[in-house]
Design a protein around this ligand. Structure first.
Ligand code: SF4
Ligand code: SF4
Length: 127
């Protein structure tokens, strides 16, 4: 896989990126060299840019490298904490099923957080 210098400037990656389609700028900001820009955190890890790139630029890999170098934005950090606490990026508890029942919806199966912590501990993501 190639570095950004191999970019041909064709713009194909931008046309297939779901983030760019909804007005975000994952690829544009990254290739423009705005290191530390919030944009790398918008990537959905779909790999569409990578698959279409005629220059073989490792766009996704480069964005993930940047993520490892910089601290996550506050909103993301909170989402990580929520996952550790309740199993979801947006915390929901048992009360969610009371609401669902009141609306005539099936209850959802909540993530058992004790097992989640064990799993994250196994992959080294939780201390
Ligand atoms: S698809 Fe590849 S070559 Fe084309 S603009 Fe994007 S990174 Fe550059
Ligand atoms: S991997 Fe990220 S940057 Fe590439 S197309 Fe998907 S969302 Fe966009």
């Amino acid at each position: 896989m190639n570095r950004p210098e191999a970019c041909l400037g064709c713009g194909l990656c931008v046309t297939v990126c779901p983030v760019e389609m909804v007005g975000g700028h994952a690829i544009v900001s990254f290739l423009a060299g705005r290191e530390g820009a919030y944009s790398v955190w918008l990537c959905t890890s779909c790999w569409r840019c990578q698959e279409i790139c005629p220059g073989g630029v490792d766009i996704y890999g480069l964005m993930m490298e940047q993520r490892r170098r910089e601290p996550a934005p506050d909103g993301y950090r909170q989402a990580f904490k929520n996952v550790l606490t309740c199993g979801y990026a947006l915390c929901v508890g048992p009360e969610v099923n009371e609401v669902r029942t009141a609306w005539g919806l099936e209850p959802i199966r909540l993530v058992p957080t004790d097992r989640l912590r064990i799993l994250l501990g196994e992959v080294g993501s939780y201390e």
